[in-house]
Design a protein around this ligand. Structure first.
Ligand SMILES: NC(=O)c1ccc[n+]([C@@H]2O[C@H](COP(=O)([O-])OP(=O)(O)OC[C@H]3O[C@@H](n4cnc5c(N)ncnc54)[C@H](OP(=O)(O)O)[C@@H]3O)[C@@H](O)[C@H]2O)c1
Length: 277
């Protein structure tokens, strides 16, 4: 497994397993399949309501805890109560420490939550702390007015929305870029059918999905694809036996339409929707 070093020196896998919209037995089976396939980083969240199922899969897998890199997120509705929320996540996941805890969205009192995460980091309960869905302005503000800088910003990123401008800011502030929805949530046929992607994939005997994930990893972006199908879970892990050429990387870079599907916290429609979450 390729890893990337976080700003506090700890290595993080470049490839992990996403668990959004998975629950109960399906989540447990999918996470078990992922662990069997070799994934060691698992991404969950308080808001997904599946931390217990992820915990059950981990327990059943018999993978030693120290081999895993567990990521969860505190929902913005819990920001005034972040310590208790993280403690509940620990219990549900069946562990006494977490590798990375993120603030899920920059809504509400995220400064209060950040300071609590900083404290839990100092205490050793959290090996790294970070954020998600932060645009550069809020990220820089958080860095400048707190003691510990986020190690990671997890943001929507895929071939059609590569976040290159955001990545420059992340690099400048030593925050690692983690892509969520790296396969466009399976909703972007125009991505999987783009001639450039199909051709590059064919040249390597790989699928468009594998090539899209490889492109992000080769750009220095960690990816957490999700699937509930074992075959796809394995397919999405099989990314380490090929490399794209500089010319292929350039071709795929040109697919960037800089258009997020989910929106950003600056988008009033998204904020309005979030208030109902
Ligand atoms: N921080 C945030 O706000 C945030 C937001 C969204 C997601 N996330 C995290 O990021 C993870 C990944 O994002 P995501 O789940 O939204 O979307 P995604 O990983 O981009 O796409 C998942 C979709 O693609 C399909 N798929 C998976 N592998 C495929 C393949 N090889 N070929 C074709 N289709 C394939 C899946 O279908 P099947 O399952 O039917 O195979 C599913 O419908 C999440 O699971 C979650 O952990 C974070």
């Amino acid at each position: 497994m390729d890893t990337i070093t976080l700003n506090n020196g700890i290595p993080m896998p470049m490839l992990g397993f996403g668990t959004f919209l998975m629950n109960g037995a399906q989540c447990e089976e999918s996470v078990l399949a992922a662990l069997r396939s070799g994934y060691r980083m698992i991404d969950t969240a308080e808001a997904y309501g599946n931390e217990e199922a992820v915990g059950r899969a981990i327990a059943k897998s018999n993978v030693p805890r120290q081999e895993l890199f567990l990521v969860t997120k505190v929902n913005f509705r819990s920001y005034e109560n972040a310590r208790e929320t993280v403690k509940t996540s620990l219990k549900k996941l069946g562990t006494d420490y977490l590798d990375l805890v993120l603030l899920h969205w920059p809504f509400g009192n995220y400064y209060a939550a950040w300071r609590e995460l900083e404290q839990m980091y100092r205490e050793g309960t959290l090996r790294a702390i970070g954020v998600s869905n932060f645009e550069p302005d809020r990220l820089i503000d958080l860095i400048e007015f707190n003691e510990i800088a986020p190690a990671v910003n997890q943001i929507e990123t895929h071939l059609l929305c590569q976040r290159r401008a955001e990545r420059e800011w992340l690099e400048k502030y030593h925050v690692r870029h983690m892509a969520y929805a790296p396969l466009g949530q399976g909703r972007r046929n125009e991505m999987f059918e783009a001639p450039a992607l199909v051709e590059v994939a064919k040249a390597h005997g790989k699928t468009p999905a594998q090539t899209a994930l490889r492109f992000l990893m080769q750009s220095g972006v960690a990816v957490i694809p999700k699937s509930v199908h074992e075959e796809r879970i394995r397919e999405n892990f099989d990314l380490f036996d090929f490399a794209l050429t500089a010319e292929e990387m350039e071709r795929l870079t040109e697919l960037d339409a800089a258009a997020p599907m989910i929106g950003t916290p600056e988008d009033p429609a998204l904020v309005e929707a979030a208030m109902k979450w």
